[in-house]
Design a protein around this ligand. Structure first.
Ligand code: SAM
Length: 288
């Protein structure tokens, strides 16, 4: 379906940055994307957005914001840098009724309350809070799905690799287990550093995550404790790294997992099985 034209012609993003004096701030992780074709491709990753709700962190001068609005979404965008607000107000006028901008820190905003259930989260994330925001969205209650429909998020390439990593690879760790327990995670697009203004030191990638229904008998807390202990000493055998975690060694035995294996060799399904057994044992002890 063709993209919605804005009600009034939009100036090129480079001119928006110049007109509003938006010198990029390193402290705010500002690396802007100005190529509108690239931005339209990113906004297309979640699938058709016409009439959908979307939530964006860090719209900045509004490049990705425009693309999401052109795709027909109703968007709530949270921006910490007040210098960007006039540029975003221009977008509000160009796409009337589609955009609501919240001036503030995304770490303190209740995204679910602001964007509503079913929203697609789409963002070129500031690198300093990107992982914390992701973990927050992945840790949201699953009932049996989370409140959001999908996550389309730009990270530094190394972080993207940690999210999608397979067992037995160097990047496999807590983030991979959490993301892949909760959803289907894939790298949807690699983005060269030269696409950004100013260019960051490293390459970037867009990760797309769609949620899968959570097994209702595994509590996040058990999976977190397990992966923290196991990957805290990732080169050690599980019988060593899990020694201090109550219930973990009997759970290994019950699951038939060789205690001489190392954390990085366990599949996400094996971690989930262990967490389920640990949780059941703790519940059983509490009831006896
Ligand atoms: C990588 S830039 C992306 C800008 C724009 N979306 C783009 O793609 O060109 C990150 C943006 O997040 C904003 N930001 C940084 N920390 C933030 C926070 N805690 N809450 C909300 N926005 C934040 C920055 O001001 C900046 O506009």
């Amino acid at each position: 379906m063709a993209a919605d034209p804005p009600r009034q012609a939009l100036p090129p993003l480079r001119d928006v940055i110049a007109a509003h004096g938006l010198q990029a701030s390193k402290a705010l992780g500002q690396n802007f994307l100005l190529d509108e074709k690239l931005l339209d491709r990113i906004a297309a990753i979640p699938g058709p957005l016409r009439g959908a709700h979307a939530f964006e962190v860090g719209p900045g001068p509004g490049g990705l914001t425009r693309a999401i609005l052109r795709a027909g979404a109703h968007l709530v965008a949270v921006e910490r840098d007040e210098r960007c607000l006039p540029a975003l107000a221009e977008l509000d006028r160009a796409f009337p009724g589609q955009l609501r901008v919240i001036s503030g820190d995304a770490m303190k905003v209740d995204a679910r309350a602001e964007a509503g259930d079913g929203a697609h989260i789409i963002a070129n994330l500031p690198y300093n809070v990107g992982t914390a925001l992701l973990v927050g969205w992945l840790s949201a209650p699953w009932e049996p799905l989370p409140w959001w429909s999908s996550l389309t998020l730009m990270f530094q390439h190394e972080v993207a690799e940690r999210i999608v990593a397979a067992p037995g690879t160097d990047h496999y760790g807590r983030l991979a287990v959490l993301a892949q327990w909760r959803g289907e995670a894939r790298i949807a697009m690699k983005v060269h550093r030269s696409a950004f203004t100013p260019p960051p030191k490293v390459m970037s990638a867009v990760v797309h995550i769609t949620p899968r229904p959570a097994p209702d008998d595994v509590a996040l807390i058990h999976l977190e404790r397990l992966t923290a202990a196991a990957f805290g000493q990732r080169r050690k055998m599980l019988r060593q790294s899990l020694k201090g975690l109550p219930g973990a060694l009997p759970a290994l035995d019950q699951a038939g997992i060789d205690p001489t294996r190392r954390a990085e060799t366990l599949t996400v399904a094996e971690f989930v099985t262990l967490a389920r057994i640990m949780g059941a044992r703790i519940m059983g002890q509490a009831q006896s």
